[in-house]
Ligand binder design. Sequence first.
Ligand code: ZN
Length: 113
Amino acid sequence: MRCPVCGKGALVSVDDILSEIGGLTFVEHGHRCSACGKEFIAEQDSDRTARVARRLGIWGEPLKLHRKLSASGRGVVLRIPEDLRKSMGLKGSESVSLVKVGKSRVLVEIESN
Ligand SMILES: [Zn+2]
């Protein structure tokens, strides 16, 4: 199976995909691209993780939201989806800090209201 993200690598079956939720690490089965390293968690495993995390009360609303970035004159804009905004009680005037984590992750931390 070819990787749908980079189109170059092959998807290799793995059983060591780590998802960190609420400070706990879940180990899941799935596939990993041999070229770009993108991980695809098996559906039954991501369902199981969600179930366990919900039971432990550490499941934050939707775990992963996919959004497109848009370009503006001074940079790139990321909109916080409305359901996430509501669940976090964001007013839109907060200060945030951005932390670059590795090559393709950014952690957004709300600093003040
Ligand atoms: Zn890939």
